[in-house]
Design a binder for this molecule. Structure first.
Ligand SMILES: [Fe+2]
Length: 95
């Protein structure tokens, strides 16, 4: 029961920090702007998950492990956006 509640909370937290691009709410006027906005959103999500991992730390290792997996996915998304920027503009914008 407790695990189910924790998973429900995690699912809610994941929806709350889902980047706008994933939610279909990108406002960029062109592809490069959209990629830049998504990269910013991915980095916000990464920082949020890092905070959550630190919060759960030793309090709830199972939840921390789940959050670390999500964090790894978000880091992959940010890397993908970075690579897209480099391929479209020849350089990253946010480093
Ligand atoms: Fe993402």
């Amino acid at each position: 029961m407790a695990a189910t509640v924790e998973l429900a909370h995690l699912r809610s937290a994941r929806c709350a920090v889902r980047p706008p691009f994933e939610a279909g709410a990108v406002e960029g006027e062109n592809l490069v702007d959209m990629i830049k906005e998504d990269l910013i959103a991915e980095r916000v999500a990464i920082e949020t998950y890092r905070d959550l991992v630190r919060y759960f730390a030793d309090k709830d290792p199972t939840t921390r492990t789940l959050l670390e997996r999500i964090l790894a996915q978000e880091e992959e998304h940010a890397n993908d956006m970075h690579d897209l920027l480099v391929s479209h503009e020849g350089r990253p914008m946010l480093d």
